[in-house]
Design a protein. Structure first.
Length: 238
């Protein structure tokens, strides 16, 4: 067919080529998202080992969910901050808590200050919605819900849904839950030193271990993934 003079022949749109380009773009975009998710957003876990008077506790920390809390924990651990501290708050059926430098060395004369100390670095509340305060998970302690924290952290002994979206969850126990439960067993001393014959929850001695030597955080270290044990199923402490 001969075109009429003065007219340009209509060009057909190469839909096949357009579709091919679109598909390639989608594939490249998907690959880019996968790279972003894997290497930027989904940051690999960090592993730690806690040496306690009741055995070792191995942790998996999640910087992709609580980057500031994990960075703070790693920095404090690397500096030896957590060495030779007491699990100063023991509440069976709830949590055990440590990280207060006032408890270092388990000096009885400092008991009135246990639970009041911390590090100089303040970390804001973080909540990603994928980690919860279930048995075996670690949260950052703070003086109020959604408040900033420093060095004190707790391990949930049972599922504590009331703490969700109120306290930063940054790690979980992957091995050594038996040690956690053993730490929760040393009973608190309701009449420590007979300072108060009857104690209420407002007393500074409430929930402290009667025998601190049985509730020590001897040391904490960051370990490579190759040294981390295989994760064990988490169960609540009886």
């Amino acid at each position: 067919m001969v075109d009429k003079p003065g007219r340009r022949k209509a060009q057909k749109t190469p839909w096949g080529k357009v579709a091919g380009v679109v598909i390639i773009a989608l594939l490249v975009g998907a690959a880019g998202w996968e790279i972003y998710w894997t290497y930027i957003y989904q940051t690999p876990p960090v592993y730690a080992k806690l040496g306690t008077s009741q055995g070792y506790i191995y942790l998996e920390l999640y910087p992709s969910c609580a980057p500031k809390a994990v960075a703070n924990f790693v920095n404090l651990t690397s500096s030896g901050f957590y060495d030779n501290l007491v699990w100063h708050r023991i509440m069976p059926g709830f949590v055990i808590q440590t990280g207060d430098p006032n408890t270092r060395g388990a000096v009885n004369s400092t008991r009135s200050t246990w639970g009041q100390g911390g590090s100089s670095q303040s970390v804001p509340f973080e909540w990603c919605g994928t980690l919860h305060n279930d048995a075996g998970y670690l949260g950052m302690a703070s003086t109020s819900p959604k408040g900033s924290s420093t060095s004190q952290f707790f391990i949930n002994l049972v599922n504590n849904p009331s703490l969700n979206d109120n306290y930063t969850v940054f790690a979980k126990v992957i091995s050594g839950m038996s040690a956690v439960c053993a730490l929760a067993n040393p009973k608190t001393d309701p009449t420590y030193g007979k300072i108060e014959p009857t104690l209420s929850s407002s007393s500074p001695y409430y929930s402290q271990p009667a025998y601190p030597s049985k509730a020590m955080l001897n040391n904490a270290t960051i370990i490579p993934a190759s040294e981390a044990p295989s994760p064990q199923a988490l169960t609540a402490c009886p």
